[in-house]
Design a protein around this ligand. Structure first.
Ligand code: FMN
Length: 223
């Protein structure tokens, strides 16, 4: 049994992952960045195959991670997280520095950055997981805290778009929340309450039946 609400209890950060060089550079917002080993220091970035940035990382073999602070401007997140470099030049007019590999590093709204060289690419279906060895890092602002994905969702009133690994679980969960989470059997009056069950009503299989009277799922109506 999979209760999608459990996924929402996981913690994530919020980052801008950039790749390319001085001639062509791009970046995307990611919440799926994590350190996989300490020695050597290696970090994984999970990037959708359709992301414009995925192609650039594959081509150049390096990427940078800018760690956003918890009051980062919405405009930066909107540009890098909801638009594609296939359509616009995201780095134009931004404050960018270049790493030893030539990779662009976004400084806007960042408190630290990490430059990585790809050492392994794992095909995980919809996404490519780029495992990168850390080449250098820099701390830009000690006074600010990193933004968490939960803070982003609460403060910015937004969720991750389809290319984010967290997207499907979130959309199912928010659907369950919006419905109020209560469904009543029109045959016997039994009320199925999502917050008392292991699985939200929306995710029960079509052949599920009322535990009281055996009526089909279709006999239930939202309360
Ligand atoms: C909060 C948030 C988290 C995201 N996390 C990821 C992620 O971890 N991996 C991913 O591939 N896309 C993620 N995305 C989606 C990409 O940032 C988005 O599809 C972007 O437009 C891709 O840009 P590109 O085509 O220029 O590379 C996320 C977006 C947001 C707003």
């Amino acid at each position: 049994m999979i209760n999608v609400e459990a996924f929402k209890r996981m913690s994530y950060g919020l980052y801008v992952v950039c790749s390319g060089n001085q001639n062509q550079g791009n970046g995307y917002i990611s919440n799926s960045i994590f350190q996989v080993t300490a020695q050597p220091a290696q970090i994984a970035a999970c990037c959708h195959k359709d992301n414009f940035t995925a192609k650039i990382i594959q081509k150049t073999g390096s990427y940078s991670i800018s760690i956003l602070h918890n009051e980062a401007k919405t405009s930066v997140i909107d540009k890098f997280g909801y638009q594609s470099g296939a359509d616009i030049d995201k780095l134009k007019g931004m404050n960018v520095e270049y790493g030893g590999t030539g990779v662009p590093i976004l400084l806007n709204e960042a408190i630290a950055w990490i430059e990585c060289k790809v050492v392994k690419t794992v095909d995980v279906g919809t996404h490519l997981m780029f495992i990168g060895e850390v080449l250098q890092t820099e701390l830009l602002d000690k006074s600010k805290q990193a933004m968490t994905y939960n803070e982003f969702k609460e403060n910015k009133q937004r969720t991750a778009p389809p290319n984010a690994p967290t997207h499907i679980e979130e959309s199912k969960a928010s659907k369950a929340e919006k419905s109020g989470g209560k469904y009543q059997c029109q045959q016997c009056g039994f009320v199925y309450e999502n917050n008392k069950e292991d699985k939200p009503f929306e995710e029960l299989p079509d052949d599920w039946t009322c535990p009281v009277c055996g009526a089909p799922k279709s006999a239930f109506e939202e309360v």
